[in-house]
Design a protein around this ligand. Structure first.
Ligand SMILES: Cc1ncc(C[n+]2csc(CCOP(=O)(O)OP(=O)(O)O)c2C)c(N)n1
Ligand SMILES: [Mg+2]
Length: 1010
């Protein structure tokens, strides 16, 4: 690319290099070897390059059609290029070319000077932020580099870079259409041009936006910041800003005074974040936003709760009381992780606004996709397809924003049709440190915000000690979001007055920075002094404002002492009005039968085997599949895919929105689902038959996701958070890939209710099974989910009437491995018919999807039928249980291997096989019944997974408890191993045969003790 250059020859080699680094080649050279190579300023936003391009193409057609100066110019450039001298040239060559300029005509000089000035303007637009004064401490470079771009006129002598001289400063230049610095003027002197550019681009705001591939958007930003006098505030606005700063600062001071040794992750050094967030909210409310969903980390969170969300102060203060008792179930969470939901009138706009702060774990940035999912769902339920009513704001720390991969994954959801929230405002608290780590050791990108460039989000860096600049930037950011419905980043370059938390000594690791911080005048004082000096407020008014807020805090503190009990429910970020009773309890403790009338099954089956759109040509292979579905429906049977169809379709009929998301879920990784039909002749013409079931059905969304697990699972979890009346499913391509979303599973799904009393009914579909495909793609790691299940292995349960449902209510999640399509159908429906919500983990099949035996009859799905937690033996062995010598318990696909082997050995009467379909919570009652039914049988657990994996470690102590340790439960399965499966097909088959032999060797455990 480097040799592709053509610039006015008088721009020195360095200029050529610098511009080339930021510009794109725009000339469509006929071929690299035949024509002169070129790089010119991008034409995408118009300006000089387009003009030059025009000239160039005209010159190519006919050299005489352009002015002589252009002819000379292109001729010379062509010669240079073909002689190879377009490479950066030594200064002597540059000087030579400059002297050539002097011989040019006056017109040529005029054109070239104008081009130079255009380049200069563009240089500021592109690189001005590198020299903007962003660090309030004045000691660091926000972009981690002290270089000063050569093409910014930081000293007079740098005019020479453009072959301009001091004498040119007072010459008037025509302004290009790509700048707004002129206001109503079309021309300005060079001196004024430079002054205005410096003002816009090199003061307390640093703008990064010239990478955006859209002229209109670039123009919009230029207009917002370049237009003279844009940053003016009324005295009312200034007073509001001051009052907000007072609250922000005095809140932290108050906590520091009352609880000097408590962690609170104070905001000191970035107090401006409170007015910043409030401005974004005010401005958005003004533009019609009614619901703002916030996600943020620890820093300043209490302050945001108090001063942005407006949580009662006493509710916050009482959290510092060590004697406060918990009233709710679960373990709760620390105060700076809790969420919040609040509806109120926005005082600036006088409109209703709902604010929610999503509870989050300590894992930084993990909440980002969750907030996006919740936002998407809220937009969906309100029919707000454009995001005009609901929006999200994400606050980030500088180190986390740069370091955590989920930030990137979340950005990549921002423009996907089924995942977009129509623009998020990101606010980075860039205190230039992460715990004890210097950013120079923590990131390789110049700014912590560079990740946002991948989605063409503009990035506004701003010195956080200039509150007016911050407010202006935030208001533009909110407007940007509302205008273009795209993400935008506000980078608050600030400092951290104290250690990482209030107990930390920052001087251990950042001595020089903290020496400066100790000298730093707090922003409130600086701003108050400014307003007092300019006469906007008096000292007395300022002091009264402080006293007023201090009094508010003191009074709330007094009231907080009366609070003896903490209700985590008061910190719920997503209330579900009407779902629970007034005490927040389920309205019943029953689960209705999950079967459905046969005519509904038949109807869904017929739609699932049809193409509801006219003139829609599907693939012949798919026609075959649809015919198969029609046959099954006629024969009153279902396979896995059809059972899923029946479950989704019937819920849609009942008004339940269903959303299935994950990689390639539309077709299904195993090509079994086909929920989206593609017209074979018309590009992008698709049909989702599931949305053609009934005229008044709920909508069905099925969407192939980006190739992310962490981001997408977090998103779906957030989506499921918004309403209990939706079945939200995330499918892993193969079950093992869930481990890249482990943080969402551990920190939210498994523990969310215990920490935040928040129910969530998300369903995880995890393809699982040892099928000789090697160690990858085999195991969805059931052992991990089971190890995190909270049911007690050692407590002998009390078998009350509602044991089944109360067990479900008490658990942290439900783990199932269904062996029949009907049971899969029932468990999906039960998920919604339960009077509460729990995450559901389903290990789903691969080969069983097409296994001829793995079919269910309509009889197992019609009204009156239900999910079977255990499927007991129902063959010959069950007819004469006292004859049975061995009762094998198993789960999932291995059942079919066991049945086949039993049959081949003719052991149907001696060996019973019972399937555990709901593994957790453990169906103690049914297992007890089964074991007691076969009093003379040895009990064995058979699994295809290795012994240290799968289910054995979970079921074994539970069997012991329910059998009161009177009978052993023998293990049959693969030996312990490090990898989940072998990569060798033969080893796989040998080990399968080996454990099947053991399963039916009735002497295998003779003489063994337990
Ligand atoms: C995923 C994750 N890794 C590590 C930590 C531990 N940790 C807590 S705060 C912090 C530093 C965060 O720095 P930054 O994002 O700049 O926020 P700041 O505290 O400076 O506001 C670290 C490493 C964490 N909470 N989450
Ligand atoms: Mg930081």
């Amino acid at each position: 690319m480097n040799q592709l250059r053509l610039l006015p020859s008088r721009l020195g080699a360095q200029a050529v290099r610098l511009l080339a680094a930021h510009e794109v080649p725009v000339f469509g050279w006929r071929s690299r070897s035949s024509g002169p190579p070129a790089t010119l300023p991008s034409s995408k936003d118009g300006g000089s390059s387009s003009y030059m391009e025009e000239m160039y193409f005209a010159w190519l057609e006919n050299p005489r059609s352009v002015h002589k100066s252009w002819d000379n110019f292109f001729r010379k450039a062509s010669e240079e290029a073909s002689s190879g001298s377009a490479q950066p040239r030594p200064p002597s060559v540059v000087r030579d070319s400059r002297s050539a300029v002097s011989s040019r005509t006056k017109t040529s000089k005029l054109v070239e000077d104008h081009l130079a000035v255009q380049s200069l303007i563009r240089a500021y637009q592109i690189r001005g932020h590198h020299v903007a004064q962003l660090d309030p401490l004045g000691i660091l470079d926000a972009d981690l580099d002290s270089f000063v771009p050569s093409d910014l006129i930081t000293t007079i002598d740098k005019l020479a870079f453009y072959d301009l001289q001091e004498a040119d400063l007072d010459k008037e230049f025509q302004l290009p259409t790509t700048t707004f610095i002129g206001g109503s003027e079309n021309t300005l002197s060079l001196r004024e041009i430079i002054r205005r550019l410096e003002n816009t681009y090199c003061q307390h705001i640093g703008l990064e936006f010239m990478f955006i591939n859209d002229v209109e958007q670039c123009q919009w930003i230029r207009q917002k910041f370049e237009t003279p006098g844009v940053m003016q505030f009324s005295s009312e606005e200034k007073r509001t800003l001051l009052a907000r700063l007072v609250r922000s600062m005095r809140f932290e001071d108050f906590l520091a005074r009352k609880w000097s040794s408590e962690k609170r992750f104070g905001l000191e050094g970035c107090e401006v974040m409170i007015p910043a967030l409030k401005t974004i909210i005010d401005k958005s409310s003004e533009m019609g936003i009614e619901n703002v969903i916030l996600g943020m980390p620890h820093r300043g969170r209490l302050n945001v709760l108090a001063n942005v969300i407006r949580k009662d102060l006493e509710q916050i203060f009482c959290q510092f009381d060590p004697k406060l008792e918990a009233a709710d179930e679960g373990s709760g969470d620390v105060k700076y992780h809790l969420g919040m939901y609040h509806e109120r009138i926005n005082r600036v706009t006088n409109r209703n606004i709902t604010l929610s702060l999503v509870a989050n774990p300590s894992h930084l940035e993990a909440v980002d996709p969750v907030v996006q999912g919740k936002t998407k769902a809220e937009q969906f339920y309100r029919g707000d397809a454009q995001g005009k009513k609901v929006m999200s704001i994400l606050v980030h720390g500088d180190a986390a924003f740069a370091g955590q991969g989920v930030v990137y994954e979340t950005f990549h959801l921002s423009d996907l049709p089924s995942y977009t929230t129509n623009g998020t405002v990101h606010v980075v608290v860039n205190n230039q440190i992460g715990f004890t780590t210097d950013p120079r050791m923590a990131r390789s990108s110049p700014y912590p915000t560079d990740v946002a460039r991948v989605v063409n989000a503009p990035i506004f860096h701003v010195n956080a000690d200039d509150p007016e600049a911050v407010i202006y930037v935030c208001s533009v950011a909110a407007e940007w979001r509302n205008t273009f419905n795209k993400d935008v980043v506000v980078d608050l370059v600030c400092y951290r007055r104290r250690g990482h938390n209030e107990m930390d000594e920052p001087m251990f690791t950042q001595p020089l920075m903290y020496k400066q911080i100790h000298r730093q005048v707090p922003v409130l004082k600086k701003y108050a002094d400014k307003l007092i000096a300019e006469g906007t407020v008096t000292l007395q008014e300022f002091e009264e404002e402080i006293a007023k807020y201090d009094r508010i805090c003191e009074e709330a503190y007094g009231r907080s002492k009366d609070k003896k009990i903490l209700h985590i429910k008061h910190w719920l970020d997503s209330p579900w009005p009407g779902f629970f009773n007034v005490d927040g309890e389920p309205k019943s403790m029953t689960c209705p039968a999950t079967g459905i009338p046969e005519d509904v099954l038949t109807h869904i089956g017929s739609v699932a085997s049809s193409v509801p759109l006219e003139d829609f040509k599907i693939h012949t292979g798919l026609s075959r599949i649809l015919r198969g579905r029609a046959d099954m429906t006629k024969n009153r049977t279902v396979d896995w895919a059809l059972a899923e169809y029946m479950a989704f379709g019937s819920l849609l009929k009942e008004g339940i929105h269903v959303r299935l998301s994950g990689q390639d879920v539309e077709r299904g990784t195993f090509s079994h689902r086909h929920h989206v039909l593609h017209d074979q002749e018309v590009d992008r013409r698709t049909c989702v038959p599931m949305n053609h079931l009934w005229p008044d059905q709920a909508p069905y969304t099925v969407c192939n996701s980006s190739l992310s697990e962490y981001g997408v699972l977090g998103f779906e979890l957030g989506y499921a958070m918004a309403s209990p009346n939706a079945l939200v499913l995330w499918e892993a391509q193969f079950g093992d890939f869930h481990n890249t979303a482990q943080c969402i599973i551990d920190q939210f799904i498994s523990t969310g209710q215990a920490k935040w009393v928040r129910h969530n009914g998300i369903v995880l579909l995890l393809p699982h099974g040892m099928e000789g495909m090697g160690p990858e793609h085999s195991s969805a790691r059931p052992e991990r989910f089971l190890q995190m299940s909270n049911d007690d292995s050692d407590a002998y349960p009390a078998f009350t009437k509602d044991f089944e449902v109360s067990q479900l209510y008490d658990c942290n999640w439900i783990v199932v491995n269904c062996s029949t399509p009907a049971n899969y159908f029932h468990v999906l429906r039960r998920q919604i018919l339960l009077p509460f919500r729990k995450p559901l983990i389903i290990f789903t099949p691969k080969s069983l999807l097409r296994h001829p035996e793995a079919k269910s009859s309509f009889d197992q799905m019609v009204s009156g039928t239900s999910f079977q937690r255990v499927i007991p033996e129902d063959g010959a062995a069950a007819q004469a249980p006292e004859q049975v010598q061995r009762l094998i318990f198993c789960t999932g696909k291995v059942y079919y291997d066991l049945v086949k082997e039993r049959s081949s050995q003719g052991l149907e009467e001696k060996v019973a096989i019972t399937r555990l379909e709901q593994i957790s919570p453990f169906p103690f009652d049914l297992i007890k019944q089964e074991a007691e039914k076969y009093p003379g049988a040895e009990l064995a657990w058979c699994q295809e997974e290795h012994k240290n994996m799968g289910y054995y470690d979970y079921i074994s102590p539970r069997f012991m408890t329910i059998l009161r340790r009177t009978r052993p439960i023998w293990y049959v399965g693969r030996d312990p191993a490090a990898a989940p499966a072998t990569g060798n097909r033969n080893t796989h088959l040998v080990s399968l045969k080996k454990f099947l032999d053991t399963a039916f060797n009735l002497q295998a455990f003779e003489g063994k003790t337990f």
